[in-house]
Design a protein around this ligand. Structure first.
Ligand SMILES: [Zn+2]
Ligand SMILES: [Zn+2]
Length: 478
């Protein structure tokens, strides 16, 4: 019987973790580095861009239905209304939900914690079959194995744990303790990758990927209606050699599209500092200004901690007073943005009225454009402006990722194709881009769509092929 308190003592030994990771996928191997890096995944064979590296179900999950919460928390807490949420979606890093904001029974985090406690109850319950108890115990041990460091912001988690404790039903208060809740919160918050407003998934092998702001893998779960709910798929972002360390971007776009200093702050939550090329040596294109010499929006710091600016287009360095004006404008806009990330009309007006200094690759511009794109297709007359927004987003992603194609562009090309239904030539161009990204990063999905289109074409005769192809490809993506 499992009666222990969840703690580091319950974590699997490294060899055991390695074994479980190996069971999930034979394309990865868990390694350990004696230095700061700790454990990490590496490719056990050569991998092609778009190739599925591993697929797994989360060990714990939570969502807004609150079905787990119902079984664990007391009536008074369950009756609690949804607290007013920050209405803005996406955008900057400052919008990651805080615990206070999550503290209601339908929050994915609170629901997920309930799931952990239910699992502990199963592990202890003598009424259940031995196998069921054993499976629950392994799940809990996997959870404990994800703890990276217990030193991080323990005081803060302790406070949250006290609130949680107060919300528990009496039998669950007896099952757990303040220490244990603090520990669970610690694990969930340092592995919160994948958190969204609707759901939270705690992955096991997936949590072993290193972070890089310039990663070689990505979370590429193809959303299908009939797919196995909750299963997450990780894919190669580029061709990877055998033995290469595997990384994903914990921050993801749009949050990952911010200056190095802001990324460093966000990554503190995981307890490490990133030393990827974007953080250390590459020009900081997330802070691009308009070059006074050539007019291109390509003037940026030569690397994140540099005060020197250079133009990536013409190579010239501007006068010091121009740089000072750029930095001043950036600071003003950033301040306005942090006051009200959504309605920053004042700021954008200031930028419109005065001479335009920020380039469209600049993160403040990028975040604003991303929010506009998230609103979806506008009315007819605004469509050309909307296409420009989408093109700017694609170009910015490309310059920050240092690659022509990226899976994050898929939605934008798709929207661009939808917005150009009156101009078939332009639409064809966007559809081709969309298909190219699909082929590169979701090859089996591209093949499936191609096969479906072929079947349609053969069924309807070649005369109607073009029109059907386009319409069909569009409806596929909705
Ligand atoms: Zn980095
Ligand atoms: Zn220039």
């Amino acid at each position: 019987m499992f009666s222990a308190t969840l703690s580091q003592n319950q974590a699997f030994a490294f060899e055991e973790i390695q074994k479980y990771v190996g069971k999930t996928s034979n394309k990865v191997q868990l390694k350990v580095d004696d230095g700061e890096k700790g454990r990490f995944l590496q490719a056990s064979c050569a991998l092609k861009a778009g190739e599925v590296i591993l697929s797994e179900r989360p060990i714990f999950e939570g969502n807004t239905t609150g079905t787990r919460s119902q079984k664990v928390y007391c009536e008074a807490f369950l009756e609690k209304q949804l607290s007013p949420r920050n209405s803005s979606k996406g955008g900057g890093l400052e919008e990651l939900p805080e615990f206070e904001e999550c503290f209601h029974p339908r929050s994915p985090l609170i629901d997920c914690i309930a799931g952990v406690l239910l699992c502990k109850k199963r592990a202890k319950s003598e009424a259940l079959e031995q196998d069921t108890r054993e499976a629950a115990k392994i799940q809990l041990q996997k959870l404990c194995s994800l703890c990276r460091s217990t030193a991080q912001s323990e005081a803060n988690h302790r406070e949250c744990a006290e609130d949680l404790w107060g919300a528990l039903r009496k039998d669950f208060q007896e099952l757990t303790s303040l220490e244990e809740l603090t520990y669970i919160l610690q694990i969930l918050s340092s592995n919160r990758f994948g958190y969204s407003e609707q759901s939270m998934e705690l992955m096991f092998a997936g949590s072993m990927f290193e972070h890089s702001c310039l990663p070689n893998c990505f979370l590429g779960t193809w959303q299908t209606k009939d797919g196995e709910a909750g299963t997450q798929t990780y894919r190669a972002l580029r061709d990877i050699k055998e033995g290469e360390a595997l990384s994903i971007d914990y921050l993801n776009f749009p949050a990952g599209y911010c200056p190095a200093a802001a990324r460093a702050k966000a990554l503190q939550g995981w307890g490490f500092s990133c030393t990827c090329p974007r953080c250390v040596s590459l020009p900081e294109v997330e802070r691009s200004f308009v070059c006074p010499a050539c007019g291109e929006p390509q003037l940026c710091p030569s690397h994140p901690s540099s005060s020197e600016m250079g133009c990536l287009s013409c190579g010239k360095a501007p006068e010091a007073d121009y740089v000072a004006r750029c930095l001043d404008r950036e600071a003003k806009l950033a301040q306005a943005h942090s006051r009200s990330p959504v309605a920053d009309d004042d700021a954008s007006q200031a930028e419109d009225e005065e001479e335009s200094l920020l380039g469209f690759h600049h993160h403040l511009v990028f975040q604003a454009l991303w929010q506009e794109a998230e609103q979806g297709l506008p009315e007819g007359e605004d469509l050309p402006a909307f296409q420009q927004i989408l093109e700017a987003l694609v170009e910015s992603i490309s310059s920050v990722c240092r690659r022509k194609e990226h899976p994050a562009m898929l939605d934008f090309y798709h929207m661009a194709a939808l917005s150009t239904h009156e101009d078939l030539e332009v639409q064809k161009k966007y559809l081709a881009h969309e298909h190219c990204i699909l082929q590169q990063f979701y090859p089996e999905e591209a093949a499936r769509q191609d096969a479906e289109i072929m079947a349609l074409v053969q069924g309807n005769g070649p005369m109607q092929a073009t029109g059907i192809t386009q319409k069909h490809a569009l409806s596929e993506m909705d």
